[in-house]
Write a protein that binds this ligand. Structure first.
Ligand code: NAP
Length: 334
């Protein structure tokens, strides 16, 4: 019988996750029956929402102790009993943090050969050209409807969502300001991703630096963080600003949900706040990829990946992500 090596939940984390919250173990795999596809992982995706899954707080999803962590992966088809997939195809899907996964073919997506790997490596199907990129595109183009001349402020700006949102907003002619943790991250947001400025929320002069970076206020705030960063950003909303509430990473590690920020400035600016759930935009995947393909062809799209190596490195890499230590899209290469 075949087996897989998998990262499983050893215990539900309390606070910032620790490597001991996870186990790496061999698990048996059933036979490949009709409709199933056996996939060998090349890259595992580490995403902040998984922290909420571990606490049972992600859109009703939770996880039993001992279960395989249900992350996404880019894999190569090793055996197929599904007509749409052949051995050697590059696919992505919710394959879990494991070396081999046996799944229904219907749950897999083939990576389009027009893009992968001629325009971008397969790993980017988990970042700028995958779910995080789609989230960014949806927030900037479908919800906030950014246009030329807008000032757009984006938190967690060096991550795959923030950096993609910023690049798309730049391509649309906006002035783009990032918020990130630490001088080194802020420098990369500007130098690698072409933001007009980036403000360090960990610095003592954060509030005054933010004010200086957006003297006329912000037309769009794309929030990935919540908490005091959201509160600081709301103080700079221009009249009729649009706020996209995308993520709350500031509270994913909290055992008790903190009190919300003061929303008075939203009223004062007559602003609109919109909740973003990327799943709503999965039917628009083709439009998103066509748009990104154009940016790739214009050499107007970059990415940054924080890659660790080997399945055993996955728990520590996830803990690094959840304590802000990652520089760019967090991945594990197998
Ligand atoms: N709404 C949706 O459908 C949807 C879809 C995808 C992602 N999201 C959300 O989008 C946000 C960004 O996701 P991503 O994939 O691009 O990840 P990411 O930016 O790589 O996420 C990790 C980063 O979050 C930042 N961060 C801010 N406050 C933090 C805190 N208190 N603790 C730890 N890290 C903190 C850290 O960067 P700094 O050092 O710069 O703070 C850290 O490097 C997340 O909140 C995610 O849940 C939402």
């Amino acid at each position: 019988m075949q087996s897989t090596r998998a990262v499983t939940l050893a215990k539900v984390p309390s606070g910032v996750p620790q490597p001991a919250d996870f186990a790496v173990q061999s698990l048996p795999l059933p036979e490949v029956t009709a409709g199933k596809v056996l996939c060998r992982a090349q890259f595992l995706s580490l995403d902040p929402y998984l922290r909420s899954v571990l606490s049972g707080r992600h859109l009703g999803h939770s996880l039993d102790v001992g279960a395989v962590i249900p992350g996404s992966a880019v894999s190569v088809v090793e055996r197929s009993a599904h007509d749409d997939f052949a051995v050697g195809d590059l696919v992505s899907g919710a394959l879990g943090w494991q070396t081999l996964a046996l799944v229904d073919g219907a749950s897999l997506r083939k990576l389009p050969s027009a893009i992968f790997p001629s325009l971008a490596p397969a790993s980017t199907a988990l970042g700028v050209l995958g779910m995080p990129g789609l989230t960014a595109w949806a927030g900037i183009t479908q919800l906030a409807k950014v246009t030329a001349g807008d000032t757009v402020l984006i938190s967690a700006a060096l991550g795959p969502v923030g950096s993609s949102a910023g690049q798309i907003a730049k391509a649309l002619g906006a002035r783009v300001i990032g918020i990130a943790g630490g001088a080194q991250k802020c420098a990369q947001v500007v130098s690698h991703f072409g933001f007009d400025a980036c403000v360090d929320y960990k610095s003592a002069d954060f509030l005054s630096a933010l004010k200086a970076a957006c003297p006329l206020g912000v037309n769009v705030y794309f929030d990935n963080v919540g908490g005091r960063v959201l509160e600081a950003a709301l103080a700079h909303l221009a009249l009729h600003a649009r706020v996209v509430l995308c993520g709350l990473i500031d509270q994913y590690n909290a055992d008790v949900r903190p009190a919300g920020p003061n929303l008075g400035p939203v009223i004062g600016a007559r602003a609109t706040m919109m909740g973003l759930v990327v799943y709503d935009f999965y039917p628009m995947q083709a439009a998103f990829l066509a748009y990104m393909q154009t940016l790739l062809q214009q050499h107007a799209l970059r990415w940054l990946e924080d890659v660790s190596h080997g399945l055993e490195s996955t728990p520590a890499a996830f803990c690094k992500l959840m304590s802000g230590g990652n520089f760019g899209k967090s991945l594990v290469q197998l």
